[in-house]
Design a protein around this ligand. Structure first.
Ligand SMILES: NC(=O)c1ccc[n+]([C@@H]2O[C@H](COP(=O)([O-])OP(=O)(O)OC[C@H]3O[C@@H](n4cnc5c(N)ncnc54)[C@H](OP(=O)(O)O)[C@@H]3O)[C@@H](O)[C@H]2O)c1
Length: 247
């Protein structure tokens, strides 16, 4: 747990799950440059979270990093109690955590199923449940999904992941409908094959599955998140940032 040294005036507060590394880290830096103060939630990557807090401090925003397993509601409750006491508000919740450990559905152990659903789906719900109480002046929730959810077909590898992301889309729409009157918008951004994907095809082959012919960048995803933050009349949508993957 750490805090940036300099405080240069408080801004709107963004809470980012899985924020210390990879996509989450890039989104934290993007949000800091937009003027958000950050609460970076991480599970194991304490050293990365620490350096990110320093980087956000150098941008001129306030940042704290808190450890939590988002799949355990008691831990999520404690973290949001801390945020309520320290920041006193949440303006943006970015549910970025999404574990992907593809196994064939015929060999999928129930413990893996439980862990995926707890982390990717229940974790997003727990964080939303607590963050919504702190969005007293309206706010945004952005959930990170995966491309092609609307027309999803059989996926025998990673079924638990696809189920969790489909559930996240259902949750996105339900919360969007339920909280619109409170000026809280809830949307989803769904990457396809990002450049850091664990099963990225080679540059020669990627055009077979990605019509735009390249992997997505972290900046491509950040651009869609920023669009949603600006788009005051948009709620309950899912933006595929995927170059046409799974069309
Ligand atoms: N990368 C892609 O190509 C791709 C494609 C489609 C969709 N997506 C989606 O984009 C999002 C980010 O992807 P990514 O590849 O950057 O993610 P990632 O590296 O797999 O995971 C991001 C972070 O999630 C945290 N995390 C995992 N389980 C957690 C738990 N139980 N509680 C709290 N934190 C936990 C980890 O934090 P610690 O390191 O601190 O433990 C990890 O660094 C995910 O939702 C993913 O499904 C990614």
């Amino acid at each position: 747990m750490s805090e940036s040294g300099e405080r240069s005036g408080s801004g709107p507060v963004a809470v980012v799950t899985g924020g210390a590394r990879r996509l989450g880290r890039h989104l934290c830096a993007t949000l800091a440059r937009r003027g958000y103060d950050l609460v970076v939630l991480y599970r194991d990557s304490e050293a990365d979270a620490r350096t990110l807090v320093e980087e956000i401090g150098a941008i001129g925003r306030r940042a704290r990093a808190l450890a939590v397993d988002v799949g355990v509601n008691t831990q999520v409750t404690a973290v949001f109690e801390d945020i309520a006491a320290q920041e006193g508000r949440v303006d943006l919740l970015l549910n970025n955590v999404g574990n992907y450990n593809p196994q064939h559905v015929s060999r999928l152990d129930p413990s893996v199923w439980d862990a995926t659903l707890a982390t990717n789906l229940s974790g997003a719900y727990y964080c939303s449940f607590h963050a919504l109480k702190l969005m007293v002046h309206g706010g945004n929730i952005v959930n990170i999904g995966m491309a092609g959810l609307e027309g999803i077909r059989a996926n025998v590898h990673g079924t638990d992941y696809y189920v969790s992301k489909t559930g996240l889309l259902v949750l996105t729409r339900a919360l969007a409908a339920a909280y619109a009157k409170e000026h809280i918008r809830v949307n989803m951004v769904s990457p396809g094959q990002l450049e850091n994907s664990i099963d990225l095809p080679s540059p020669e082959d990627i055009g077979r599955s990605v019509p735009l012919g390249r992997a997505g960048t972290l900046q491509d995803v950040a651009q869609a998140v920023e669009y949603l933050l600006d788009a005051g009349y948009v709620t309950g949508v899912n933006i595929n940032v995927a170059g046409g993957y799974r069309l």
